[in-house]
Design a protein around this ligand. Structure first.
Ligand code: 13P
Length: 252
């Protein structure tokens, strides 16, 4: 079963609206001859409508970096799935390790966020990954098992059609350290078998599992060449359109 790779740029808390539009348009121009790879960028909430307008007639897709699970109400500072959808996004990143680390997000909150994303017609990108300490203590698989099981527990298969999983070892994010290809291969194989155990073989075969953590033009080909890696979630190197396009065109 073939899975179309997804190369996604998480712009985190970088770029003002005009800066985001400039990079998005530059990237869209560079992507005009890209085939068989889906490209997505996730700017801040504030930039979503601006970037949506600027990439409207291109193949570049838009995503948000977070959402709040309630539909509306007195939740000062929060943004709902419907609002994100109305702003023009197709994807939403959920449970990024920075949200878990700095904003106390738990697996049960992540579950609620995925549910509200699906209800609004957004495609959730569920982020999981172990910290350096957990890796040293050989708890990687236990941690990933819990994050996936608790984040997805209770969903019916029909609800998870658009789910994307992103394995981002926390110790590899923004550090320049990438997991070696053997490690990535082992973890991605484990995740695919976990999806099979929790749901079905067919589901595990059609669900994309991205790798994230210091992905750069120099290592993209090796990482994307791993059989169970179906794309990348890129932070720092996605902020520059010229760098990002070299990751997107890893096969060239
Ligand atoms: P870096 O590519 O900067 O390591 O960030 C990865 C990431 O957190 C993407 O979500």
């Amino acid at each position: 079963m073939s899975r179309i790779p997804l190369i996604a740029g998480n712009w985190k808390m970088y770029k003002t609206g005009p800066e985001a539009v400039e990079t998005a348009m530059e990237l869209a121009g560079l992507c005009s001859d890209v085939r068989d790879v889906e490209v997505m960028i996730a700017p801040t909430y504030l930039s979503l409508p601006l970037v949506a307008a600027s990439i409207k007639d291109t193949d570049v897709k838009l995503g948000a970096q977070n959402l709040y699970f309630e539909k509306q109400g007195a939740f000062t500072g929060e943004v709902s799935a419907d609002m994100i959808k109305a702003a023009g996004a197709e994807y939403v990143i959920i449970g990024h390790s920075e949200r878990r680390q700095y904003f106390g997000e738990t697996d049960s909150l992540v579950f609620k966020k995925i549910k509200s994303a699906i209800e609004a017609g957004l495609k959730p990108v569920l982020c999981i990954g172990e910290t350096g300490k957990q890796k040293d203590e050989e708890k990687t698989f236990t941690v990933l098992d819990k994050q996936v099981s608790d984040g997805l527990k209770g969903f019916g298969l029909d609800e998870l059609d658009d789910l994307v999983l992103a394995y981002e070892p926390v110790w590899a994010i923004g550090t320049g350290k990438t997991a070696d290809t053997g490690q990535v291969n082992e973890v991605h194989q484990y995740l695919r078998s976990l999806l099979e155990k929790l749901f079905s073989k067919d589901f595990s075969h059609r669900t994309r599992i991205l790798y994230g953590g210091s992905v750069k033009p120099e290592n993209a080909k090796d990482l994307m060449g791993i059989e169970d890696v179906d794309g990348a979630l890129v932070g720092g190197a996605s902020l520059d359109a010229n760098k990002f396009i070299n990751i997107i065109k890893y096969n060239k």
